[in-house]
Design a protein around this ligand. Structure first.
Ligand code: UT7
Length: 336
């Protein structure tokens, strides 16, 4: 049977480490509050020059991660036929980051598309890659998740509930057509737009002349807004549902899964889901303490780290699962 198999992974994070104490020096927060509520101890943020411009672009971060994934897969950049770039923060309003990545990597005229599904973007991206491959549209797909969060955070006391959670980074996976049992076995994707404004960044908006006004900036409407408690409640429920659904679809049980790779939203969410599943915590990947929430980048970074740490053996079952703004949620079941 033709399947979409992950044949290479890679990731890149900025070298600048921002600790909870660094944030507490700027805003009214503390290492104890952040650690207890989220499990985050530090995150990586891009450095900025005197004008406030980041050291590199989001697409350049994605390119660093993608080059590692392409090398790990043992292919040449020219073998990539389709780019799927998941980000909620494209470098410019349009076009998306996929085309910038295509140019940076010199992929010829490979297809490129962006997925704007926030924390769930990479899960949607893997499902899309699976569809591209099994339909015969492409044999080699590069799926990237990358985010620059640090330039969009309100680093005043007003924004402290959101600002302490997010980090920058990028991860990538090469997905290729393979005959056999290895690859993406099942995916489930969901959304519920009635909650779109419970976790969103409103401005710039296409529906207002000028798109962003001084009033919007003064009110902080260009910063992310999150109804944290509501997001938390929905996340714990939907993570568990998505895992159960994708396992059912694949005809396997939680005990069959070697490693769960949840989107790194909050260690308390991960712990709640682990308890609901009834699996040992060692089978649930976590790196949120070091990177915070990198939205679309969190699963591909975690996947690449799991590979580097030798936590995945050929034939292992892996589940990737995410929930985020939209609301959107979903999961992939993969045989490694
Ligand atoms: O990637 C998917 C999207 N995001 C998530 O999944 C995140 C989901 N939500 C959460 O993880 C949690 O709701 C948070 C970590 C964001 C917040 O935890 P919480 O336990 O829900 O805290 P809270 O919002 O109820 O705030 C508790 C208190 C409040 O003070 P009062 O009203 O009790 O006096 C906040 O003002 O903590 C205060 N607070 C802070 N204190 C210190 C809020 N942010 C901070 C902060 N430092 N950074």
């Amino acid at each position: 049977m033709l399947r979409a198999a992950i044949t290479g992974t890679g990731f890149w994070v900025p070298s600048r480490v921002v600790t909870n104490d660094d944030l507490a020096a700027r805003i009214d927060t503390s290492d104890a509050w952040i650690t207890e509520r989220s499990g985050i101890r530090e995150r990586r943020w891009l450095t900025r020059d005197a004008e406030g411009n980041t050291e590199i672009t989001g697409a350049e971060m994605g390119a660093h991660a993608a080059r590692e994934a392409i090398a790990a897969a043992g292919i040449a950049p020219g073998d990539v036929e389709q780019v799927i770039y998941a980000t909620l923060n494209p470098d410019v309003f349009f076009p998306g980051n996929g085309v910038f990545l295509e140019h940076l990597l010199g992929l010829g005229t490979a297809g490129a598309m962006d997925i704007r599904n926030q924390c769930t973007g990479f899960v949607y991206g893997l499902a899309a890659a699976d569809g591209f491959i099994r339909s015969g549209l492409a044999r080699t797909v590069l799926v990237v998740g990358g985010e620059i969060q640090s330039t969009a955070l309100d680093l005043t006391d007003r924004g402290r509930d959101v600002a302490v959670l997010f980090g920058d980074g990028a991860g990538a996976a090469v997905v290729q057509a393979r005959e056999g049992n290895r690859g993406i076995l099942a995916s489930v994707l969901h959304s519920q737009g009635r909650y779109a404004r419970e976790l969103f960044a409103e401005a710039p908006v296409a529906t207002a002349t000028g798109r962003i006004t001084p009033a919007m900036i003064a009110e902080g409407r260009h910063f992310p807004y999150m109804n944290g408690k509501l997001v938390f409640q929905h996340a714990t429920r939907r993570f568990a549902e998505a895992i159960a659904e994708v396992l059912r679809k694949g005809g396997v049980t939680p005990d069959d899964v070697a490693l769960f790779i949840p989107h790194q939203a909050n260690q308390r969410i991960t712990d709640a889901v682990t308890a609901r599943l009834g699996v040992q915590p060692e089978r649930v990947f976590s790196n949120i303490a070091r990177y915070g929430n990198t939205t679309a980048a969190s699963i591909p970074i975690a996947l690449a780290e799991a590979v580097r740490e030798g936590r995945l053996a050929s034939g292992d079952l892996v589940v990737t699962v995410a929930f985020g703004s939209g609301f959107t949620w979903g999961a992939n079941l993969i045989r490694w």
